[in-house]
Design a protein around this ligand. Structure first.
Ligand SMILES: Nc1ncnc2c1ncn2[C@@H]1O[C@H](COP(=O)(O)OP(=O)(O)O)[C@@H](O)[C@H]1O
Ligand SMILES: [Mg+2]
Length: 371
């Protein structure tokens, strides 16, 4: 682990969400939320005396959500939520009471966030963390206005150069589900493959999300199966919403050079859809005509570099009807596949896991009654 003397120098400017500026060694909570613990609660000595904590002290760690090339992501509850739900000097609450209370369980679940941590090391590490924070924040308002927030996590709080924790971190909307990568692993070789309507649904949502980015001149910069997630509990027309994550490599394509990269990213979209379409069994009777049209279109798009907008319009003509008219059985099959993949990846959160996390937190803090 890098010591403070190895940290990037020139950390003097005021905090900013700019992709290029350096921030001071401090953490910030964005205006809409406040995750910092009240001063009256002493900080944990450390989650464990033996290993470094995985998340900053003002988050209650539930479990790992995933890891990529740069970061580790954890499901957490802001400590302040626990503090306010279970005031330390009130009547003791037993685990049974909490588990038995639908209201408390729901409040805890609603407050679950995803905390992504990345190492503090080189200037490149800083730039990447700041870039992800910048773009995740930049996107949210426009996505909300366009009714597309279902496709992007919302930034909640940040800690750039958090030397006390020795990581950069950001908290954002938690997605309970799985990556497209894990989904495909679970679906590969499954009897009956993947329903065609699901692939059409992903196509519609992926082109919708990517068109939104392109219309705002944003290049994701790292689009692949591991950076697209399926939300197991939020659906549109019965199919799981897709979420685009990981904006660490995002940039604005306002120059000719990056326009080329936009074409490459468009080709990545067709490649992803093409791989997904391979999981659909050939004898697909329900929507035979639309399916054949679709397969032809993505092959043509991939080989002929069809612009995203053009394909999006074609898709909405023939895919929407197939999605709308798909059976409850098909939707159930897809949901159970997502749940199966998420289970295999360990990314579904049980009430017991939430309670254990809260219980540990309370045990580690003075002033709390043991559950
Ligand atoms: N908001 C989130 N909610 C739940 N899991 C997430 C979230 N963001 C990322 N993950 C999980 O963590 C993994 C790594 O996150 P990612 O941002 O892609 O990191 P990296 O920059 O290292 O690639 C993802 O593949 C996914 O499994
Ligand atoms: Mg990633």
């Amino acid at each position: 682990m890098a010591s403070p003397v190895d940290q990037p120098e020139a950390i003097t400017s005021s905090p900013s969400l700019s992709a290029t500026s350096h921030a001071p060694a401090t953490s910030h909570v964005l205006p809409s939320t406040s995750h910092a613990p009240p001063a009256t609660y002493p900080a944990l000595p450390s989650t464990s005396a033996l290993s470094a904590p995985h998340v900053p002290d003002h988050f209650v760690l539930i479990k790992k959500a995933g890891a990529g090339q740069n970061g580790h992501v954890f499901y957490c509850i802001p400590a302040i939520t626990v503090s306010s739900l279970f005031p330390p000097h009130q009547e003791p609450v037993t685990a049974e009471q909490v588990i038995g209370s639908q209201e408390l369980r729901a409040s805890l679940r609603r407050s679950i966030v995803a905390v992504k941590t990345t190492k503090i090391g080189s200037k490149q590490d800083f730039d990447q963390a700041a870039n992800e924070i910048y773009w995740t924040s930049e996107l949210a308002q426009d996505a909300r206005n366009a009714g597309l927030l279902k496709h992007f996590p919302v930034l909640l709080s940040i800690g750039l150069n958090d030397f006390a924790f020795n990581r950069h971190w950001m908290s954002m909307t938690a997605i309970e589900g799985c990556t497209l990568e894990k989904f495909m692993e679970a679906a590969e070789g499954r009897d009956g493959g993947v329903p065609a309507e699901f692939v059409l649904h992903v196509s519609v949502q992926l082109t919708e999300a990517m068109s939104f980015l392109f219309n705002h001149e944003i290049l994701h910069g790292d689009l692949h199966f591991g950076n697209i997630m399926l939300n197991a509990f939020e659906a549109t027309m019965g199919f799981p919403n897709i979420m685009i994550i990981d904006f660490g490599a995002a940039e604005r394509f306002n120059s000719k050079a990056l326009n080329k990269e936009k074409d490459w990213e468009t080709a990545d979209v067709w490649k992803i859809l093409f791989s997904l379409a391979r999981l659909v069994p050939y004898q697909c009777e329900v929507i035979a005509e639309e399916w054949v049209d679709f397969c032809k279109s993505i092959v043509e798009a991939r080989d002929g570099e069809t612009p995203l907008e053009e394909m999006k319009d074609q898709l909405s003509c023939f895919a929407t009807n197939a999605i709308e008219t798909s059976s409850d059985e098909t939707k159930k099959t897809v949901k159970s596949l997502v749940v199966k993949a998420a289970n295999a990846a360990g990314t579904l959160i049980s009430d017991i896991e939430v309670m254990e996390a809260v219980h540990n937190f309370m045990n580690c803090h003075q002033g709390y009654h043991a559950l």
